[in-house]
Every structure is written in C-alpha cells, then in structure tokens.
Design a protein around this ligand. Structure first.
Ligand code: GLU
Length: 475
C-alpha cells in the first residue's frame, strides 16, 4: 500500500472510553504502522450536550496509557489544526455555503415534536421512518416569512431518490445502499451547531483520510456521508466497519457489564499491553496468542479480516492474557505497577525495604490475574494468620505437631539464613522420621495460613526472624 495512508480515531468525548472504541483506536494505530501511514486523533465534540470530557483530557490520558501515540491531534497539533471539532465551525460553515450554492441543501422548519409524530405514524404503518420533505416544497415566500418570524430551522441535504450508493468495505467487500430508504439528512442543529454526519465527513475529506476503520453502528451513516464526498468531488475512503463487542450472552456490551469501559479495566488492574493484546486477538485465531505491539503490527492481517457482526468479550480469556503478561513482567517494574493497588489496603508497603518488596512481589506474581488481586495476596505478609490447634490438626497429628515444634525450637536460631534454616530442618525431619512434606505444610500454614504456596526459603527471607518466631509460637 502507498505511504500516504491516513487513518483516524474520532471519539466523542463521553467521559468514558468504551472497550469497543479502544479496539477501534488500536486497529487504526496498527493499520497506520503497517503502512507507514499517519494516525490522527480527532475529537468529535460538536454536541455540547454530550461533551463529558472537556478538552478530551481523559481520552488523551487513556491513549497515552495504552501506548497508542498519534501523529496528529490535540495538543501536538498537525497540518490540519485544530483537531477539536468544536473549534472547526468555520470549516463546516464554508462547506455548507458551497452546498447552498450548489443547491444541494434546504432549510427545514419542522418542529421536532411534529417530526416525532410523523415518525411514529410511519412506524405504526410499518413504513420506514423517513423525513417527508415538507420543507423541500416551501416557496421562497414561505421561507422568508418563517425567517422573519424567527422560526428555528436546520439545513438538510437533498438526497437523490433514485440513486444507489456503493461502498468498499474491507470486511464485507462492496456494500450497496438504495437511497430510497434514506432521508434528507440534517447537516445542522437548530442551535446552529453541525451534526455528526456532516462534521465527520467534512473532516475526513479535509484531513485527507484514506481508510475509515470504525464501529459497525455507523454503517447506516455511510451512504449519507458518501453523498457528501460526491458533492465535493472527493473520492471515498475505504471503510472497515468493525464488529460490535458483545457480552457472553451475545448482547451489546453495556454499562452493567464488567469491563465495559477502559476505566473499569484500569481500576481492576489490567495491563495496557494485555488489553491491547486481547482486543487485537479476539474474533480471530492465532498460533501464538501473546503478542506485544511490534508483533501485533507484524501479525494482524487486514486482508483476511472477515465480516462477523459481533465479537464476544470474554473476561476469562482477558484474565488469561493479563496473567501471561503479569508473569512476564520484570519484578521491579511489576512492583511499581502494583504499589497503588497494595497501598490501598496496606499503606505501609511504601516504606518496605526494596529487596523485601521485590521478593514479596516475586512470591505473588505467579498467582496474579489482575493487579488488584495483589492486595489480598500480600495479606500474609502484613497480617499473621489466625491459626489454632484444630486447624493444624488438618495437616499433622498431635505427635507430629510435637515433633515439628521441637524441630522449629531447635532451629529458629538459623532463621537469619534461610538456606541454612531450610537444610537443617530437612535434615532434622529425616532424623526424626517425619515426612518433610508435612513439615513444610505446617510451616507454611503457620506463616501464611495456607498449606501450599510460596517457597519456604522465600518466606523466611521476607518475614524475618522476629515475626517468624511469633508465628511459630502458635504450634
Ligand atoms: N465520533 C464517532 C464515534 O465516537 C466516530 C465515528 C467514526 O469513526 O466515523 O462513534
């Protein structure tokens, strides 16, 4: 493909990035990188009522967190400044004026309540709800009268009834739309602001976008936008309408589903690498599923992408991918990531000696599916477990307990050296003819409350002699 590839992520600032949008951003990024193209961030904030993230601060932070760096966009700028649609009204106004000159638009004075009534009537009659072009038939006098009376109006685009529109879609091939089924669509709101359909298409034209990778929910906007491209004699980009992400029940992922937004996943302790990795591989199969960004860029094949109408979001699989990433992380880097999650429950972790901290992290690392689980997995370190004789009886008989107590009493003096303590206990168990497995189990129960888990030497190293002696006193 040529080097002029230009793609964009064009979110509306709703305050939360939906996981489906993260996937769209990711695929745009990958597509740009594969083609040495440019990746743009454009904020679609023309609707003041839906601007819940002024300045798109959350979007920009999230993009940075995911490592999806854009080549042009807010703050960094670019050749098509500004990248906030709310600051681009002049561009849209100029284009609207051109459409007026070409007689491709008209004022519509219909009241929203009136339109809603007509829509309901059409639906009741099982007709497709379309604007009935009342205002297209207004005489010049009628228009002037309305203007004099300050009747609010919007501009609508005249779609040619008889035409068919063809769109190239990467997944679906050529899609045909019959304009009979579409309305003369609004380009402006009665407040004077511009609609999504209009601003979005104009910007794609002006910003020289070559490929539009976006959610399938926009497919029905495409023919209207294609008409706008045609009106300005600009060739249409190639589309990829990406499948919607559904929950395991097959329903569109909603706010009630865990992991609906990137925020959910960040709070629960999923790594950005894992989220990118998971979102890139769902809906397709790969021999090697754990991939970093460079490998994803080399591996994702846009030529074999097929149309599926939905993709299932499976938290279990995401957990697996996250777990794989966590286990690959260097312990010191992981410690840094885990700090806020653990400090939430045990603020004293911030003062922990660095070597002890790293050792503690190494102990819990193989168990972690999410970073948030760490605060419970380190409980054994900060709180002595509640142990009683009854519990110990599950692992050792009374006589075995007596033997173990004797071994421990004799060897606590070696606790300063975990290796020496370990070897000496092993030797003593052999001499006293007690199963070493039982001894280790009981020691683990005394130190952590559970019979399996961390290695004995590691536990002895991090807990230190005084604390261990206190815990051994329970036997
Ligand atoms: N602002 C639209 C959205 O958030 C973008 C649609 C598009 O990518 O064309 O869904």
């Amino acid at each position: 493909m040529n080097s002029q590839v230009r793609v964009r992520f064009a979110p509306s600032p709703t305050g939360l990035i939906h996981l489906g949008s993260v996937r769209i951003a990711l695929f745009n990024y990958i597509f740009a990188k594969q083609n040495n193209g440019s990746f743009l961030l454009r904020i679609e904030d023309t609707d003041p009522e839906r601007n819940f993230d002024p300045g798109a601060k959350i979007i920009m932070q999230d993009m940075a967190w995911l490592g999806l760096a854009y080549d042009e966009g807010p703050e960094i700028g670019g050749p098509f400044n500004p990248y906030f649609q709310s600051q681009r009204s002049r561009v849209y106004q100029e284009r609207l004026d051109i459409l007026k000159e070409k007689d491709l638009v008209y004022r519509c004075f219909c009241f929203p309540e009136e339109l809603e009534k007509k829509r309901k009537r059409q639906l009741a009659l099982k007709q497709p709800p379309r604007y009935d072009k009342t205002c297209l038939g207004l005489s010049e006098n009628g228009i002037q009268e309305n203007l004099k009376k300050n009747v609010p109006y919007i501009w609508r685009f005249k779609i040619g009834e008889t035409k068919k529109i063809f769109i190239n879609d990467l997944a679906r091939g050529q899609i045909e739309f019959d304009l009979q089924h579409f309305s003369d669509f609004p380009l402006t709101r009665s407040t004077g602001s511009f609609t999504f359909i209009f601003a979005n298409a104009i910007d794609d034209m002006v910003m020289k976008i070559t490929h539009i990778l976006r959610g399938e929910d926009h497919i029905s906007n495409t023919p209207c936008q294609a008409l706008l491209f045609e009106a300005f004699n600009v060739s249409l980009p190639i589309f990829w309408h990406m499948p919607i992400i559904c929950n395991v029940q097959g329903k569109k992922l909603s706010k009630r589903d865990f992991g609906f937004s990137l925020q959910d996943l960040k709070n629960a302790g999923y790594l950005p690498e894992a989220i990118n990795n998971y979102l890139a591989i769902i809906g397709a199969s790969f021999e090697q599923e754990i991939m970093n960004m460079n490998t994803l860029i080399k591996t994702i094949n846009f030529n074999t992408i097929h149309s599926t109408s939905s993709i299932k979001y499976d938290v279990e699989k995401l957990n697996w991918v996250n777990h794989q990433w966590i286990t690959q992380y260097p312990a010191d880097k992981l410690a840094h990531k885990l700090m806020p999650f653990i400090a939430d429950k045990y603020p004293q972790i911030k003062n922990l000696d660095k070597t002890i901290l790293i050792e503690l992290i190494k102990i819990i690392q193989p168990e972690l599916k999410t970073l948030a689980q760490a605060k419970d997995l380190v409980t054994f370190y900060f709180e002595a477990p509640n142990i009683d004789k009854l519990m110990l009886a599950n692992f050792a008989s009374s006589s075995e307990q007596i033997t173990i107590k004797a071994i421990l009493d004799e060897h606590v003096k070696l606790l300063e050296s975990p290796d020496q303590f370990y070897e000496a206990v092993k030797k003593a168990a052999k001499q006293k003819e007690i199963s070493i497995k039982i001894v280790w189990q009981v020691i683990r129960v005394l130190l952590t409350g559970a019979p399996s888990g961390p290695g004995i030497k590691e536990l002895v190293f991090i807990l230190k002699p005084d604390e261990i002696k206190k815990r051994f006193a329970k036997i």
